[in-house]
Write a protein that binds this ligand. Structure first.
Ligand code: DX5
Ligand code: ZN
Length: 217
């Protein structure tokens, strides 16, 4: 599964680019939301989901890199988000929010965590989620290098997911490109976010999506 991150796209051509990666076989569109508090950068809000909803039929997944995700869930759902991904770091008790997204809002739910989060801390929630988003860079910016330690973390996570909830997807985000995607897949990931490697690809985003999908399989 390839999830192009629009953070790296040319925003003056956003609709056109999303159509292009959809046609090339992208499996979902990754929308990076940053609040300038949880991460040292600002990005986009639900208006972007609203604008993209009529442009593509593939799921829109929203990665909420924000301190207070609860405030924004309804707005993203209203505009057409299919999956809401919240960070473990900002949730004292994640369960009520995970359940709210799944049951009350009826959407897929993802739990994200940074490269310094012990993998054991995810274990109690694996049965409550559709997707575990393992950050392979510290979030905030596109174009960073994949952190090599992530491979060991992914292997651990894969073992825990297989034990508790094999249907849960393992997504990697940060520094995924033609060089890193194969090893990330080998370590257990099955959904791959790629920003720069898709929208910054010299051969163009469509060719990049196809190539990454091939290398991941
Ligand atoms: C990082 C974001 C990523 C980012 C990935 O803070 O969560 O989704 O867009 O960008 P690349 O693929 O360029 O590392
Ligand atoms: Zn992301």
């Amino acid at each position: 599964m390839i999830a192009p991150s629009i953070l790296a796209a040319d925003f003056s051509k956003l609709g056109e680019l999303v159509r292009e990666v959809t046609k090339a076989g992208a499996d979902r569109i990754h929308v990076d939301v940053m609040d300038g508090h949880f991460v040292p950068n600002l990005s986009m809000g639900s208006v972007v989901v609203k604008g993209l909803r009529p442009v593509t039929t593939i799921p829109l997944e929203v990665h909420l890199m924000v301190e207070d995700p609860g405030r924004f869930l309804d707005g993203f759902v209203k505009e057409g988000a299919d999956t809401l991904i919240v960070h473990l770091e900002v949730l004292a008790d994640p369960r009520p929010m995970l359940e709210h997204i799944k049951k009350a809002l009826g959407k897929k739910v993802g739990l994200a965590f940074n490269p310094d989060m012990p993998i054991e801390r995810i274990e109690p929630y694996l049965r409550d989620i559709d997707l575990a988003l393992c950050m392979t860079v510290f979030p905030g910016f596109g174009g960073q290098a994949f952190i090599p330690d992530s491979l060991e973390r992914l292997k651990k996570l894969r073992a825990l997911v297989n034990e508790h909830n094999p249907a849960c997807e393992i997504e990697v985000d940060g520094g995924i490109d033609a060089r890193t995607i194969g090893t990330a897949a080998g370590a257990g990931a099955n959904v791959f976010v790629a920003g720069t490697a898709v929208f910054g690809a010299p051969a163009g985003p469509a060719a990049a999506v196809k190539n990454l999908a091939l290398l991941a399989s």
